[in-house]
Design a protein around this ligand. Structure first.
Ligand SMILES: C[S@@+](CC[C@H](N)C(=O)[O-])C[C@H]1O[C@@H](n2cnc3c(N)ncnc32)[C@H](O)[C@@H]1O
Ligand SMILES: [Zn+2]
Length: 416
């Protein structure tokens, strides 16, 4: 697309209308001031917006044609804080800000109004509309208006918007997904997760990672249906809410196989988890001595079993955060250096899905919990991949079998 979308949405800011009052700017995120007004706004979500701005900025710089206008669409914008940050910080040339609630019109317009049309043609920098997100996205697709970044920050599950969002996204573009459907992630809503994401989920010891994998799996399935595949840029679980977020890139063509989409099996008897592909469905079992007890095996899926993040993208995001002075300052208790540093470690392709909680290792080893850093270091010395999880505070992500974790925990406590 050569220029910003010109089509008028159902309700837009009309230049002839009485000018909105200047925003009271009661809040600020990374130096950008705005007024949340009566919109749903959580300052706790600022780190999720930081990550989106960092990823969007890098995407703008890396595009095949960096001279083309960089277009963002915020489908559920609330106060418009994301739209504002995409304009002010990610260098968007144009942002479409939409929220179903037209009562938010003055708030959104007030926040975006500092961005005047660009001379000499007076190109609009933003548009505000109040449509259902699916209708808006479908209309953009029908008009062949494709965006570089689409952000859908919904309440509950957002599976219903994924396909329309992919249709309105440029190939190679970024889709930022949010789900607050913790019931499905934790296995309390098996039927809901099945209808939303096509995944049957039961409780396992790492439910919040399952929540991210369910979201990524749903996106992978929708992309495949349209003849594309996805690459997760980052996946982020935030305990407030709780909220599951994933930034995925829409990539050309179907993937060669279904290697990143499959089933996770957890054995309650021995605590071991394994991943199985579709071609291994008949072989799902655990090799432990207690396997005669069929109820000890829990199988969830299909969902995303590949890496949660793209290591090089996360590394670039951290470098940019350092360059902008965002890395070491804590926003709502989250330090980007620590978060992105952990995500870089989690991106090790040798790591399987899931994590093992320290208290589970300790109780099976019959010792006090080993210090997390010492356990990770010891497992690495044994040749395993091991790191912290940004999702579970007292947990280790590792390709070591749990039996080796137990041996190492005992060694740390000098019981062997
Ligand atoms: C979580 S809030 C958005 C918060 C905002 N993105 C932020 O970062 O502060 C979700 C918003 O989606 C809007 N919404 C709910 N259902 C919608 C739909 N089907 N289409 C468009 N907007 C919708 C709500 O009015 C609400 O403002
Ligand atoms: Zn077992």
């Amino acid at each position: 697309m050569a220029s910003a979308p010109a089509a008028a949405p159902a309700v837009t800011f009309q230049p002839g209308r009485r000018a909105p009052l200047p925003p009271r700017c009661t809040h600020s995120e990374r130096g950008v001031s705005f007024d949340p007004g009566s919109a749903f706004y959580r300052s706790d979500s600022a780190p999720g917006r930081d990550l989106a701005v960092l990823a969007a900025t890098l995407h703008r710089r890396r595009r095949p044609d960096p001279s083309a206008p960089f277009l963002c669409l915020d489908a559920m914008c609330g106060s418009g804080v994301r739209a504002l940050r995409y304009l002010a910080q990610a260098g968007a040339d144009f942002v479409w800000a939409n929220d179903a609630s037209d009562a938010l019109h003055p708030v959104i317009v007030g926040n975006l109004s500092r961005f005047e049309p660009v001379p000499p043609e007076g190109q609009r920098r933003w548009v505000v509309s109040h449509l259902d997100a699916t209708r808006l996205l479908a209309e953009r697709y029908l008009r062949r208006e494709y965006f570089d970044v689409i952000d859908v920050d919904s309440f509950g599950s957002e599976a219903e918007y994924i396909r329309a969002a992919f249709l309105a996204l440029k190939i190679g573009g970024l889709l930022y997904l949010t789900s607050t459907d913790w019931r499905s992630a934790r296995g309390y809503g098996g039927k809901c997760s099945l209808s939303s994401y096509g995944a049957y989920v039961l409780p396992v010891p790492y439910p919040n990672e399952i929540g991210l994998r369910m979201l990524l799996g749903g996106a992978a399935r929708e992309a495949a249906m349209l003849g594309f595949h996805i690459k997760p840029v980052f996946s982020y679980y935030a305990y407030h809410g709780p909220i599951f977020r994933a930034m995925v890139q829409l990539c050309h063509g179907k993937e060669d196989g279904i290697s990143n989409y499959g089933f996770i099996c957890h054995c309650k008897s021995c605590g071991q988890s394994q991943t199985f592909g579709f071609d291994e469905l008949g072989q799902i079992s655990c090799g432990c001595a207690n396997r005669t007890d069929a109820t000890s095996i829990t199988v969830v899926g299909p969902l995303w079993t590949g890496p949660l993040h793209d290591r090089s993208s996360i590394t670039e995001m951290l470098n940019l955060a350092v360059e902008w002075g965002w890395a070491h300052t804590s926003e709502n208790g989250v330090t980007l250096e620590k978060l992105l540093g952990t995500m870089i470690e989690e991106s090790d392709p040798r790591l399987p899905p899931g994590y093992i909680r320290l208290d589970e290792i300790a109780s099976r080893a019959k010792v006090n919990s080993p210090p997390l850093g010492t356990l990770i270091h010891s497992l690495q010395k044994e040749g395993y991949a091991a790191c912290r999880s940004h999702i579970g505070a007292n947990a280790v992500k590792t390709n070591s079998p749990i039996s080796s974790c137990i041996v190492v925990a005992r060694e740390i406590r000098n019981l062997r």
